[in-house]
Design a protein around this ligand. Structure first.
Ligand code: PEP
Ligand code: MG
Length: 590
């Protein structure tokens, strides 16, 4: 198999980073990025009327698609999230826009696409000067509409989610939450993106759809078109374009095998995640959307170890209020009862760019205004969330988790604000669980090194390896160019985790792990051996991890962890674990 397409129409393949296992074979559907190729064409007078007709037709088309996006989003994410499209509708209904575009076609003899593009450009630059704040909030919408209308006029259908006829493998430069949430789950066979590392937001978003996915495929979208036949190998993290018949045959067999393994593993659903010598490991799941809660139980998870509340805030123009959040949290709490639901307070910033919270442009967003740092400085955002979580706590086993704690002052302040939130509820006679457990994420190396002090202040800890690793190893978690340096099996990472668990246990504090390392089958035995209390993984990984736990002797795992700690490099640890796992779990997908 060739590596880069000498001829993009013959078979070629590209290696990326696997993020959700399984094999998908089907047609590619390329979601275009924010850039649109615009034909800067002038027309003759005789073409004026047909260009105006093209413009009207495109607007009518986009309105139809918008209506369909709105109903898909309502179905998937609820009424409020569909408001993301309100501005789109307003723009499309603006009579000025129509008048100016038609004038530009008629008077300046511009093609419909070029005319609309120029009018919107002018509109945007006027807005940028006159109303900075409004412009900032609307810039994404304006860009989106411009892209959609221009593409529709030019007859390029590849951008339209609705033109996805039948199931397809989504191929994109990156996955923006706003592009992704409206997609119809049933039509998606897999995700493949140019950008992203194993723990970037695009990878996490793709995994929430529970289909085979890979990221970091660098230049895939450059050489692929919608309709191309592809194989997505989510086990190896590879995409094969225009496969030859013999490749297809090989992959049909491989898919059958993977599906069979998945089916066998699904039988473990009702069984406990207990080692052979009787040690219980709490096995829970991470969710991004409320509607994922049902898949946690489907895959045999006992609770939610991380509810990323961030997605309630993303891809919308306004902030979710206390009432709306309360309804969402309550739904999940009731559904999971009696199992725990750990709701993490807002963690945006970094690679999760909100439209509704102003974050000035930063040189280093991952080291900047992010997560708890935003919440502590903006009580108008934080207090409604705290109250919503507290109110939901009477409907199930709800716990509250603070992200990105890097020093004690932040933790003290977060707790003080939580106390204020409780007092406000008491004053209003609104009930909540007065003993709600609170936890801190250990995802900053500084926090890891003061685990003992943090343990004194909280009921539990959750290790966020996605960030912990990027900060420890100085490797941007979302940058595919340095992804080879990002390793959860780096001896420094394993040592750090050992220290965190030991320091927490010394204080009698429970420690879970919600970073992606918890779902890496090569790390499972090491983590058990180091004494982790809980693993919280993407729902589709639950059966595989449970299978490993159930086939393991805790004492054996402790020895393996010791051995892993003796190596000097991540490659040595990986080789050692791979060999061990392949011997022990012959049929597993590694
Ligand atoms: C982590 O950093 O490990 C984590 C679970 O949080 P997120 O991936 O949302 O940053
Ligand atoms: Mg994190």
């Amino acid at each position: 198999m060739k590596n880069r397409p000498a001829d993009p129409k013959s078979e070629w393949s590209i290696q990326g980073i696997p993020v959700a296992s399984g094999i998908a074979i089907g047609k590619a559907f390329v979601l275009e990025g924010v850039h649109v190729k615009i034909e800067t064409k002038n027309i003759s007078a005789s073409q004026v009327e047909s260009e105006i007709a093209k413009y009207h037709e495109a607007i009518a088309n986009i309105k139809k698609q918008l209506a369909s996006d709105i109903s898909a989003t309502k179905r998937r994410l609820g009424e409020e999230n569909a408001q993301i499209f309100d501005t789109h509708q307003l723009i499309l209904d603006d009579p000025m826009l129509e008048e100016d575009t038609i004038n530009a076609i008629r008077n300046d003899l511009r093609s419909a696409a070029f005319a609309f593009y120029c009018v919107l450009e002018k509109f945007q630059s006027q807005l940028a000067v006159t109303d900075q704040e409004y412009f900032r909030d609307r810039a994404v919408d304006l860009r989106d509409i411009r892209r959609r209308v221009v593409r529709s006029i030019q007859g390029d259908k590849t951008d339209f989610l609705q033109s996805l006829e039948g199931a397809a493998i989504i191929v994109a430069h990156d996955l923006a939450p706003s592009d992704t949430i409206a997609l119809d789950r049933h039509k998606i066979m897999g995700f493949a993106t140019d950008l992203g590392g194993k723990t970037s937001h695009s990878a996490i978003l793709a995994r929430s759809f529970q289909v085979p996915s890979c990221v970091g495929l660098r230049y895939l979208t450059k050489y692929i078109e919608s309709g191309d036949r592809i194989i997505l190998d989510g086990v190896k993290g590879m995409v094969i374009v225009n496969p030859l018949p013999e490749t297809l045959e090989k992959y049909h067999k491989k898919r059958k095998k993977v599906d069979e393994i998945k089916f066998q593993l699904s039988k473990l659903k009702e069984l406990p995640a207990q080692t052979l010598d009787g040690k219980d490991i709490e096995l829970a799941a991470n969710i991004e959307f409320t509607d994922e809660a049902s898949s946690v139980t489907t895959y045999g998870g006992r609770g939610i170890g991380l509810f990323r509340s961030d997605y309630l805030y993303l891809a919308r123009n306004d902030l979710p209020g206390e009432e709306e959040q309360f309804r969402e949290y309550r739904k999940v709490a009731e559904q999971m009862k009696p199992w725990p639901v750990i709701i993490r307070t807002l963690d945006v910033g970094g690679d999760k760019e909100p439209r509704n919270i102003h974050i000035a442009s930063e040189e280093n967003p991952f080291l900047g205004y992010r997560a708890i740092r935003i919440c502590l400085q903006e009580p108008d955002i934080f207090m409604p969330q705290l109250k919503a979580i507290l109110r939901a706590s009477v409907y199930g086993n709800v716990k509250l988790l603070f992200p990105m704690i890097s020093n004690m002052a932040e933790l003290y302040k977060a707790k003080a604000m939580l106390k204020d939130a409780k007092e406000e509820l008491v004053k209003k006679n609104i009930s909540f669980n007065k003993n709600i457990e609170i936890g801190a994420m250990i995802e900053v190396p500084a926090a890891a090194l003061i685990t003992d002090k943090i343990s004194d202040e909280v009921d539990f800890l959750s290790i966020g390896t996605n960030d912990l690793i990027q900060y420890m190893l100085a490797v941007d978690r979302g940058n595919e160019r340095v992804a080879y340096l990002y390793s959860d099996l780096h001896p420094a990472v394993i040592r750090m985790i050992k220290e965190i668990i030991a320091a927490a246990h010394e204080k009698g504090t429970w420690v879970g792990m919600c970073g992606e390392m918890a779902g890496n089958p090569l790390a499972t035995l090491i983590l058990i051996g180091l004494g982790i209390d809980e693993l919280s993984v993407s729902p589709m990984l639950l059966p595989e991890i449970k299978n490993i736990i159930r086939a393991t002797d805790y004492k054996e795992a402790a020895k393996l962890a010791e051995k892993a700690l003796s190596f000097s490099t991540a490659a040595e640890v990986e080789k050692f674990m791979l060999r061990f796992m392949q011997r022990k779990f012959k049929d597993l997908i590694f």
